[in-house]
Design a protein around this ligand. Structure first.
Ligand code: HEM
Length: 127
């Protein structure tokens, strides 16, 4: 398994994270569970925030923290109900994005493990 700090460079950097997150948001835009959760009409700024966060987590540029401070992701999700249905919808969209991003098997498996763990830890409602 790669050190998360090397992952960004190993998989090809910015273009790969761009592709991953834009594919994810294409699915979010069409998802009847997730789309209503997003407060802004334009999903573009939310897409940029997720992309910056993931790039930083996986060893890329630290732009997320420069612009947004400490991630505190659980706290930032408090305004939104994230129950099992929302978590599964998020993972469904992310599965498509991860599968189509062009990772080799080992990197795909590593980032997918992380996504399932992160999505479960963002849950803030049992229903
Ligand atoms: C923000 C939903 C899981 C990372 C948001 C927002 C919503 C949302 C509605 C506000 C959009 C905005 O930025 O304007 C969900 C749902 C999830 C989920 C329903 C289901 C489990 C995750 C996970 C991660 C993540 C697993 C990280 C791997 C982020 C980031 C932001 C964000 C970085 C922007 C935070 C900021 O304001 O800087 N999410 N999210 N989310 N989410 Fe999630």
């Amino acid at each position: 398994m790669s050190d998360p700090q090397n992952f960004y460079a190993e998989v090809g950097g910015a273009p790969v994270f761009d592709k991953l997150v834009s594919r994810f948001y294409e699915e979010v835009a069409a998802d009847e569970v997730l789309r209503p959760l997003y407060p802004e009409e334009d999903l573009g700024p939310a897409e940029v925030r997720l992309r910056m966060f993931l790039e930083q987590y996986w060893g890329g540029p630290r732009t997320y923290s420069d612009q947004r401070g400490h991630p505190r992701l659980r706290m930032r999700h408090n305004p939104f109900k994230v129950g099992p249905i929302e978590r599964d919808a998020w993972l469904r969209c992310m599965r498509i994005a991860v599968d189509e991003a062009g990772f080799d098997d080992a990197h795909r498996e590593q980032i997918w493990q992380y996504m399932t763990y992160a999505a479960a830890s963002m849950q803030n409602s049992d229903f």
